[in-house]
Design a binder for this molecule. Structure first.
Ligand code: WT7
Length: 654
């Protein structure tokens, strides 16, 4: 890696950056090293407005259930909205919303505050109280952000469920969270198509088990036909009409759960990652400011969906906590054509652009096959910083992003983090860190990232190992909702005597620079287009198709566009199919998985066998399946394999 080109921060950017030069970066790291709690306390006072100042910083008495600033009180929505209005930014644009059809609306901080208050009052009128859980099942919209802010304002804990998840997945999350209310829209608009939302909520409820749920609030987006259940459904516009545009924030303790966000783990059941208020807001604001070097005049655009953590930290909270102007986009990067992102950067004069490698890779392909959508036809001169998130960015995509989008002048911040970490963990700072394509470089100041072996011992640079974080940090996951034991087992395992946070990724540090490169998950979690999927989750969906499937094993294989692709090995309850029949069954199974989890979980390859390769003791040989999925020659020892002949069967993907 050290032989690869390094890119230095442009001098003018470095000179005026919030963190200017490597010495400044090192000074911050040294400050945290010398007085860890003092460092975070200083920043917590600088970045968060407290109703009641904290006197404690880190409380480790219940480790690994760490608490930060626990006796402090605040309100997150107050910090994002009222604070800006009070500072004279009321008329400043908070959100530039671009709809799927290209229609643009802007919302000032004043307006966003008023809309948040009206929605907060509406929620209160329905009896939603502090500590209640509210599920938000919406697409990208101002209302989605307002819904999150409104929950924060009244102390309700939101749980946003990505609009691409199925009724079954939604049902599971409503039940697990014990949600009292769902906020949804009649339909969503994506790529010129009207797609259902409300009817999926209806289906989720019809599946049963949502006993905690009292009401469904519906934002009218398209006016499309939906079924109405007068006993539980309420139109958002009717509820907010006539509500006062002020609402006293509910002051909560710093540890009050701001949100739950479900994510995949290595077992079948998604986990409700619980985040706190104070520490989370601190890191959201701090990383937005330092990683993106965000200035008052910037136009920030994070292309993530609010259904993922990136949309929480870098759309709903971080930019607003800084009083920034941000773009919120309803649609998809390929509609009306694959120049949409570039045209939007031009139209809104975006200066900081944050997206995922999978989007970049697919837009490279599109530009290479159709010059009309090449970014050269758009004026991208407003850009000054680019970001990448969600999966490793391969050097070729990095170089293209740097050259064709960044005009060779914009630093790319490759930000490594997770749903559980709340914000950036390992990332360049654009005015300080020399960049090496494919490396997320160095830990954010104060984050004690390290690489260890199975026993928790540090491994030398140049030698790969397990990525851990040695000290707790303010925006870390607090627990898994309803399952503290699983929290301990997943993140503070006994292997490291419960001392270190286990990220679940492998990593390696460069021998010379100490730069980190993430080498991928070390558990049974896949990353498909930057979306996290558990192999067990997909397996249990497949075997849930009891009429067809006897057994299933799911592995990942590398894919040029999506990073990883899902590959399912299936044993049917009927004789192994081939040809058109196999194709038809594969489609049936994909649709089934789409219905059970959501379209993002549909396997790309489905392979049928009379059996799965197992050792004589009955263990599925997953390593071998990974080789087969890749199309590699099997070099592993197959002598323990019960039936070597099935390897040939599994070579055929449908
Ligand atoms: C997993 C977390 C980070 C918010 C969106 C995804 C992978 C994330 C990078 C990166 C290499 C990355 C890791 C991580 N990942 N960012 N810059 N380089 N890998 O959040 O769904 O919780 O997924 O995404 O494997 O563990 P998530």
């Amino acid at each position: 890696m050290s032989e690869l080109a390094t890119y230095l921060p442009p001098a003018s950017l470095a000179a005026s950056a919030h963190v200017s030069g490597m010495e400044a970066y090192q000074r911050l790291c040294a400050e945290a090293e010398a007085d860890y709690e003092g460092y975070w306390a200083r920043l917590a006072r600088e970045f968060v407005e407290w109703k009641t100042p904290f006197t404690q910083v880190l409380d480790s008495s219940q480790a690994p259930f760490f608490r930060w600033f626990a006796d402090g009180e605040l309100n997150v929505s107050y910090n994002c909205l009222d604070r800006q209005v009070a500072a004279g930014l009321g008329a400043k644009t908070a959100i530039i919303f671009e709809a799927d059809d290209g229609q643009v609306t802007t919302v000032s901080y004043e307006e966003l505050l008023a809309r948040t208050c009206r929605m907060a009052n509406a929620l209160k009128s329905l009896g939603v109280k502090k500590g209640d859980r509210v599920v938000i099942y919406m697409s990208m919209s101002v209302e989605g952000v307002v819904a999150m802010q409104a929950c924060a304002r009244i102390g309700a804990t939101h749980s946003v469920v990505f609009g691409g998840f199925s009724a079954q997945s939604l049902r599971d999350r409503i039940e697990d969270a014990g949600a009292v209310l769902v906020i949804t829209a009649d339909e969503q608009l994506r790529g010129g198509k009207q797609l259902p939302l409300k009817s999926i909520v209806d289906d989720a409820i019809a599946l049963g088990g949502c006993d905690s749920l009292r009401q469904v609030v519906v934002y009218r987006r398209t006016g499309g036909q939906i079924a109405w259940h007068a006993d539980r459904d309420r139109w958002l516009h009717e509820l907010t009409e006539g509500q006062p545009s002020t609402c006293e924030p509910e002051w909560v303790g710093a540890e009050h759960p701001l949100f739950l966000l479900y994510t995949s783990g290595s077992t079948g059941k998604p986990k409700g990652v619980q985040h706190a208020s104070g520490g989370y807001l601190l890191h959201a604001a701090l990383t937005t400011k330092w990683t993106f070097d965000l200035k008052p005049d910037d136009v920030f655009w994070c292309t993530a969906d609010i259904g993922w953590v990136t949309g929480h930290t870098y759309i709903a909270y971080g930019p607003l906590a800084l009083g920034a102007t941000e773009v919120v986009f309803e649609g998809v990067p390929t509609y009306p054509d694959a120049a949409r992102f570039w045209k939007m950067i031009e139209r809104h004069k975006v200066s900081v652009f944050y997206t995922a490698p999978t989007a970049i890779r697919s837009l490279i392909k599109a530009a290479e096959s159709n010059d009309a959508v090449h970014p050269r036809h758009s004026d991208l001169s407003s850009l000054r910083i680019l970001g990448s998130v969600g999966e490793p960015i391969n050097p070729a995509a990095w170089e293209w992003y740097h050259q064709h989008i960044g005009g060779g002048r914009c630093p790319i911040v490759d930000t490594f983090w997770q749903t559980e970490t709340g914000g950036h963990m390992i990332t360049p700072l654009p005015g300080a860190t020399p960049l090496v394509p494919g490396s997320c470089t160095l830990p954010f100041p104060g984050i004690q990232a390290a690489i260890v072996d199975e026993t928790g011992k540090d491994v030398p640079n140049g030698q790969g190992g397990i990525l851990v974080v040695k000290k707790p940090w303010p925006s870390m996951i607090r627990t898994i909702w309803g399952d503290p034991e699983r929290f301990k087992k997943s993140y503070y395992p006994a292997d490291f005597q419960g001392r270190y946070y286990l990220a679940g990724d492998g990593a390696i540090r460069d021998e010379k620079t100490g730069y980190f490169t993430i080498t991928g998950r070390i558990d049974d979690v896949l990353n498909v287009s930057g979306h996290r999927m558990g192999t067990m989750e997909i397996e249990s969906a497949l075997v849930g198709c009891t009429e067809l499937v006897a057994e299933a094993a799911v592995v990942g294989r590398p894919d040029d566009t999506t990073g990883e692709a899902i590959c399912a090995f299936v044993v049917l309850k009927r004789p192994r199919p081939s040809g058109d029949e196999a194709k038809a069954i594969a489609k049936q199974l994909r649709d089934w998985v789409g219905k059970e989890i959501g379209p993002i979980a549909k396997p790309k390859d489905i392979r049928f066998g009379d059996n799965l390769p197992k050792t004589r003791s009955g263990k599925i040989m997953r390593r071998l399946l990974r080789s087969v999925a890749k199309g590699e020659a099997v070099t592993q020892d197959t002598s323990t394999l019960e039936n070597p002949a099935i390897l040939e069967q599994l070579g055929q993907a449908y």
